[in-house]
Write a protein that binds this ligand. Structure first.
Ligand SMILES: Cc1ncc(COP(=O)(O)O)c(C=O)c1O
Length: 411
């Protein structure tokens, strides 16, 4: 028998169409040709091409005392971080949620670490998590690492609204087939499509989860809110979909995925959180028990400087206010690009999927070679199952008219 250096479970691992890799290719070509348009990576940039940093984050970074910077971060997070994240995420509903749900916050290495831990701990090996057919492709990597799979339902109905019917059908059949239902919804501002589900969609999802729960199978709802602060709405309104959680049956576990990368532009620091909510205390006891263990067992703990900064911003009213003011500006940067993009696609009579916020707009395409075709015109986007995803977060306004013309040519 030939010797195999990797374990049998790892023999088929191959990182394909890695977004970060494609972005490196775009950057390399840009060094040779000034007209290269790089709309690949989900990091917010200014018009001059520099990363959008928040001054309230930057100033705190330089003021950290040595222990706040260099020491190991506590596995369970600091009180300021945990409570601050909870208040930030649920906004006007935070206190009601504290009274209604047992809850816990587990700091993780970005939203990625949060999804990865959740996949690993809340499924049996070989089971599948239900997600819409358009999704952020790293979910596949998190699933593979967790020895699980993904099952998809159609994201859109014929009116380009959330496809309630297909969701219900797939949720019920998956639950019946495997005796468990884990659902992941990346909402609001879905990556890659820009879809925002309505409050009614969420109420519908909750009613289906309750129905499945009453058949006696475990039900886990994972809501990835990475782009929640980039919905083109006031913070108080952008949290309204959480209202639907109040109707959840006692046994259902919710895991909300928070990303410090997107909210604070702290991409390289690797900070995020899993927020567990359930009306059933033992669900949250279990959530904490397995979550703590996995943090220690997989990456030990998270970035201390990032945890310190977030803890400070969320607990000091003045800092929080400054940060909120800056967020208005960062949203405006995106909104200006999205508005111009929409004007240009209208001029070119090009159809895009409905956009409600977030870092991406998406266009459906039948062209299987679109990635290569666009690269031949020096345009880099991400191709994902019948769509191209355009990261307006890293575009410049001046690039948009030409970009749209080139898209029109190849779509
Ligand atoms: C949908 C979605 N979820 C989660 C993340 C996690 O990001 P991070 O691990 O940097 O927090 C991203 C990042 O691109 C994302 O697009």
């Amino acid at each position: 028998m030939p010797k195999t250096i990797v374990g049998s479970h790892a023999k088929d691992k191959q990182l394909e169409s890695n977004i970060l890799q494609i972005s490196q290719e775009a950057k390399a070509l840009k060094k040779q040709y000034a007209d290269v348009i790089d709309a690949t990576v989900g990091m917010l940039h200014h018009e001059d091409g520099t990363i959008f940093k928040f001054q309230s984050v930057e100033s705190q970074l330089h003021l950290l005392a040595d222990p706040e910077m260099y020491a190991y971060a506590p596995v369970r997070g600091t009180k300021n971080f945990d409570e601050g994240v909870f208040d930030w995420v649920f906004g006007p509903l935070a206190n009601q949620f504290r009274e209604t749900f047992h809850h816990s916050v587990i700091p993780t290495t970005g939203g990625s670490g949060a999804v990865s831990n959740t996949f690993f701990n809340f499924n049996d090996f070989g089971q599948k998590v239900l997600i819409p057919n358009h999704y952020w492709t790293p979910y596949e990597n998190f699933a593979f690492e967790a020895n699980i799979g993904l099952e998809t339902f159609l994201m859109y109905d014929e009116n380009l609204h959330f496809n309630r019917q297909d969701f219900e059908q797939k949720a019920k059949s998956l639950a019946a087939a495997q005796g468990r239902l884990s659902v992941l919804l990346n909402d609001p501002c879905n990556n890659p499509t820009g879809l925002c589900m309505s409050v009614e969609d969420w109420k519908f999802v909750v009613s289906v989860l309750n129905e499945v729960n009453r058949t006696g199978v475990p039900v886990i709802l994972i809501q990835d809110i990475a782009y929640i602060d980039y919905q083109m709405k006031e913070t108080s309104i952008s949290r309204e979909v959480f209202q639907s959680y109040l109707d959840l049956d006692e046994d259902v576990l919710v895991v909300v995925i928070f990303s410090g990368s997107k909210t604070f532009s702290l991409y390289g620091f690797r900070i995020g959180a899993q927020i567990g909510l359930s009306k059933n205390k033992s669900n949250i006891d279990n959530f904490l028990r397995v979550g703590d263990y996995s943090v220690r067992g997989r990456f030990s703990s998270v970035s201390q400087p990032a945890m310190s900064i977030i803890g400070k911003i969320f607990t000091d009213p003045m800092l929080k206010k400054n940060f909120q003011d800056e967020l208005v500006l960062s949203r405006k940067v995106l909104l200006d690009r999205a508005t111009l993009f929409l004007e240009e696609v209208k001029k070119q009579d090009l159809k895009i999927l409905p956009y409600c916020g977030g870092f991406f707009v998406a266009i459906k395409t039948e062209n299987k070679n679109i990635f290569k075709d666009l690269v031949s015109d020096h345009v880099f986007v991400i191709q994902m199952g019948g769509l191209i995803r355009i990261a307006i977060s890293s575009l410049k306004l001046a690039e948009i008219p030409r970009l749209v013309q080139i898209l029109k040519k190849h779509v």
